[in-house]
Design a protein around this ligand. Structure first.
Ligand code: PLP
Length: 387
């Protein structure tokens, strides 16, 4: 049987796949089974920070793999400790919990927020405000946190304790905080799955103000927009705020599964031994990969991310068939005259792999993509967007 046939027969049918099997790759280029090459403008949905099989990352990961692969969290391991140190040093956060995915990082944040509210203010203070159109994961609690009914439909009853605010409506947010028993506000600074929309600076400032005033935890979900994607190490650094909890995953591991929940001063001591855990969390191989990722996210690379973003925006903004470009850094959403799915399918034919987010075409290329590759991809996008 072919890979496609085996997959259709034996893999649970949760994904609608493109008619494409990837068999190899290097940097921003991937090849299918017939040797056809594609420019990868999706990077495994913001995961492959340096593209495919990056030499430095492969070396860091294999060096650890050859030493030992796993110990359990009963023992100290250097990659895990050093990664926590690097994250705290680069962000000013105080402690880190490691899991394996974005959803797990957010579960950890949700539990921490509830523990904070309940211990500090009383047992009814378990409500978390999240935003409409958000996406926080596929576990039951993170689905409930996700402010989109369509994700809740098949799995009710949802865990309770989530209130949904309209992004960028400051007055509504203030009312929600004042009229409910709330422990945290949780948000994506750039909503990824929701259509690549950055929050307005004024709204972000309002979140910070309300968290301060009402002693709420500010929980910043940077699973997709973190790790250099917006041109700053973490997206909150573009907004002049200091969240109490930052969650991340995807690009941190650059291709291996790791999630991190970072706790600032206010949240650093919420967890005590036994309250939370994860068998694979802080796995030494994944941690070694993540440590390498952080070491490469230098001011120079971050400046390049911003420059490449400008390049794409400039090339696409007034192109025929393109209505608008949203997002930040190398996390961009393109509103097209044609349906986004059609654009993505036609671009694949021509050798560029794009993504969608709601009704938009979404770009999340490796941060190290070259200008030659970007130019080719942008030309393909322009060509297929023309009506
Ligand atoms: N949070 C955000 C903002 C995301 O974009 C995603 C995934 O797309 C998640 C959480 C869930 O991450 P994971 O699929 O690693 O569980």
């Amino acid at each position: 049987m072919t890979t496609r046939e085996l997959d259709k027969e034996y893999v649970a049918s949760t994904y609608k796949r493109f008619d494409l099997e990837i068999v190899s790759g290097k940097g921003a280029l991937v090849k299918d089974e017939n040797g056809k090459e594609y420019i990868d403008m999706g990077a495994g949905i913001a995961v492959n920070t340096f593209g495919m099989a990056d030499d430095g990352w492969v070396e860091a990961v294999t060096a650890q793999l050859c030493k030992f692969q796993h110990t359990s969290n009963l023992y100290y391991t250097e990659p895990c400790a050093r990664l926590a140190e690097a994250l705290c040093t680069r962000t000013g956060m105080k402690k880190v919990f490691f899991g394996n995915s974005g959803a797990e990082a957010n579960e950890c944040a949700i539990k921490a927020a509830r523990e904070y509210g309940i211990t500090k203010k009383g047992e009814e203070y378990y409500n978390i405000i999240t935003l409409k159109n958000s996406f926080h994961g596929r576990t039951l609690a993170t689905l409930a946190a996700t402010g989109q009914d369509v994700f809740h439909e098949h799995f009710c009853p949802m865990p309770e304790g989530f209130l949904y605010a309209t992004a960028n409506d400051c007055a509504e947010l203030e009312k929600l905080v004042e009229e409910n028993k709330v422990c945290a506000i949780m948000f994506e600074l750039v909503q990824g799955e929701g259509g690549v929309n950055a929050l307005e600076a004024e709204y972000v400032a309002k979140i910070a103000e309300l968290c301060e005033k009402h002693d709420l935890l500010m929980v910043d979900d940077e699973v997709q927009c973190g790790n250099g994607r917006t041109g700053e190490l973490y997206a909150y650094m573009n907004f002049g705020i200091t969240p109490d909890i930052v969650t991340t995953a995807k690009g941190l591991g650059a291709g291996l599964p790791i999630g991190a929940t970072m706790f600032g001063e206010k949240a650093a001591d919420i967890y005590k031994p036994g309250l939370h855990g994860s068998t694979f969390g802080g796995n030494p191989v994944c941690a070694a990969g993540a440590l390498h990722t952080l070491s490469r996210l230098t001011p120079e690379l971050l400046a390049e991310v911003k420059a490449k973003s400008e390049y794409i925006r400039k090339a696409l903004s007034d192109a025929p068939g393109i209505k608008s470009v949203s997002g930040m850094g190398l996390m961009l959403g393109i509103e097209t005259e044609k349906p986004a799915g059609e654009v993505v399918a036609q671009a694949m034919e021509k050798g560029a792999l794009l993504l969608t987010a709601k009704t938009k075409v979404r770009l999340l290329p490796p941060l190290t993509i070259g200008y030659g590759e970007l130019e080719k991809a942008v030309n393909i996008i322009k060509e297929v967007c023309k009506i």
